[in-house]
Ligand binder design. Structure first.
Ligand code: GLY
Ligand code: MN
Ligand code: MN
Length: 457
């Protein structure tokens, strides 16, 4: 597998002071403009965002740390034990961060500290995290509304509510406490749903690395290998190209394991003629890619495998073509369901009228998941799917996955033996634009001929 020239170019994600400052400015604007249900149409507002907690694996060993996406989106700050307070009235950002600590830094590496929080990350004010209990009430007082995601981090909820209580206790001194707590996601997740040109470029880079990984896996997977050996090839490619981590646990399912939707053991020995379903994508610069390919190992597709593969491919290409302004994820899913159900009837795997099989959900025995989800900083990204109870229309800048699949359980008694144990999913990442959809993950072998060629090494 040769490394493409395009991957050698060092690409810097759009994570810099100007980007974070621009996002915070937009967040301030939206906080100030938010009306609805409050005593005044634009009440004074402040947002409190804690960093992701550290999870202990055992004794003093921690799970790999990854910053909370909302927190990172607004600050670019990737250290734990931090809190961002954003005041829409003064348009200032206060960061509470870990103090510099020579002894700890010997073990864990450098910390930004309060100076770094201001100088490198553009905070207007910074304090050590130990001062949060004392300072947070000052930042909350005389603000009507607090944007805080209650229930997301129960431990931090206690600290936040204690600060609100302290402000309430000051009421006789003439200050007032917030009367509204709202989810910052109502603003932030709408912002994150629509990707900027810089974010899209980062997602293209994540997609390029993931393409390289899938092509390498197709070229090198052989009968007799364990699924985890193929997983190792994927991870090797991700890391060699600067990806921080996989965007989710890689699924490498051979034979019957292709029918397990979130298969994770990845330890079976691959047999000649098996289908291998790989659902794996890297994270790059805090942005995810999410790709599935299914291919035969050691042989070309068998006739039944190819029939199912071509049916999934038909649905997938149709769904990509449909990913345009104004349509909805529900409508795209309905198209995939119709194609898959019609095809399953044609192949004799389902019996009856297509409309009835759709209406009763009979197709779900073989196609049991949705066709799409949002993609961005998180693999199942944020952003409302419904607005006022109605599926929302697609807009330029939104990124979705398109991933129909057909899974025939190894013990599926309603079909003849030749179909059993076949599992196929094909997944790409698609950017909605003002013209044609852009497949960010284009170029990863997908037609039967392309797959056969790629698997021949
Ligand atoms: N890889 C997770 C998904 O496709 O939704
Ligand atoms: Mn997906
Ligand atoms: Mn996937």
């Amino acid at each position: 597998m040769g490394t493409r020239c395009v991957l050698k170019c060092v690409h810097m994600p759009p994570n810099d002071r100007e980007t974070w400052a621009r996002r915070r400015a937009a967040f301030f604007d939206a906080m100030s403009a938010m009306g609805g249900g409050s005593p005044s149409p634009s009440p004074s507002a402040v947002a409190v965002l804690p960093s992701a907690p550290v999870f202990l694996r055992n004794s003093d060993v921690e799970h790999e740390y990854r910053q909370d996406s909302d927190f990172f989106y607004l600050t670019g700050f990737d250290e734990p034990d931090s809190v961002a307070v954003l005041d829409a009235q003064t348009r200032t950002t206060t960061l509470f961060v870990r103090p510099r600590d020579r002894d700890r830094e010997v073990w864990d590496g450098p910390r930004a500290g309060v100076d770094g929080a201001r100088e490198q990350f553009g905070a207007d004010a910074a304090f050590v995290i130990g001062e949060l209990a004392e300072k947070l009430p000052d930042l909350l007082q005389n603000r009507r509304r607090v944007h805080y995601r209650i229930g997301h981090d129960r431990k931090f909820d206690e600290r936040f509510l204690a600060a609100v209580d302290r402000v309430r206790a000051r009421s006789r001194t003439g200050v007032f406490a917030p009367t509204e707590i709202v989810d910052p996601g109502a603003i932030l997740h709408e912002m994150r749903l629509r990707k900027s040109p810089g974010e899209i470029e980062t997602m293209r880079q994540a997609a390029r690395i993931t393409r390289e990984a899938h092509e390498g896996a197709m070229a090198r997977a052989r009968p007799g290998m364990r699924e985890y050996e193929v997983e190792a090839l994927l991870l090797d490619t991700f890391r060699r190209h600067g990806s921080e981590r996989p965007a989710y646990g890689s699924i490498v399912g051979s034979g019957p394991n292709a029918c397990v939707l979130h298969y994770r053991k990845n330890d079976r020995q691959i047999e000649e003629g098996d289908l291998l379903l790989i659902d794996a994508g890297c994270e790059f610069g805090y942005y995810a890619s999410d790709v599935t390919r299914t291919f035969p190992v050691g042989r070309v597709f068998s006739k039944p495998q190819q029939a199912i593969y071509e049916l999934v491919l038909e649905a997938q290409l149709d769904a990509i073509e449909a990913s345009r302004i104004g349509t909805t994820l529900d409508a795209i899913h309905a198209r995939s369901v119709a194609i898959v159900t019609r095809g399953l009837v044609r192949l004799g795997l389902l019996e009856g009228e297509v409309e009835k099989l759709i209406e009763t959900g009979a197709y779900k025995r073989f196609f049991m998941h949705r066709t799409s989800h949002w993609l961005g900083m998180d693999v199942h990204d944020v952003g409302a799917y419904f607005i006022d109870g109605k599926a929302r229309g697609l807009e330029p800048g939104m990124v979705l996955t398109v991933e129909p699949g057909i899974y025939i359980a190894p013990d599926e008694a309603s079909v003849s033996a030749e179909w059993r144990g076949i599992g196929v999913r094909i997944e790409d990442d698609v950017l909605v634009t003002s013209s044609n959809p852009e497949v960010l993950t284009a170029g990863i072998p997908k037609t039967v001929q392309e797959v056969h060629r790629a698997c021949a090494g």
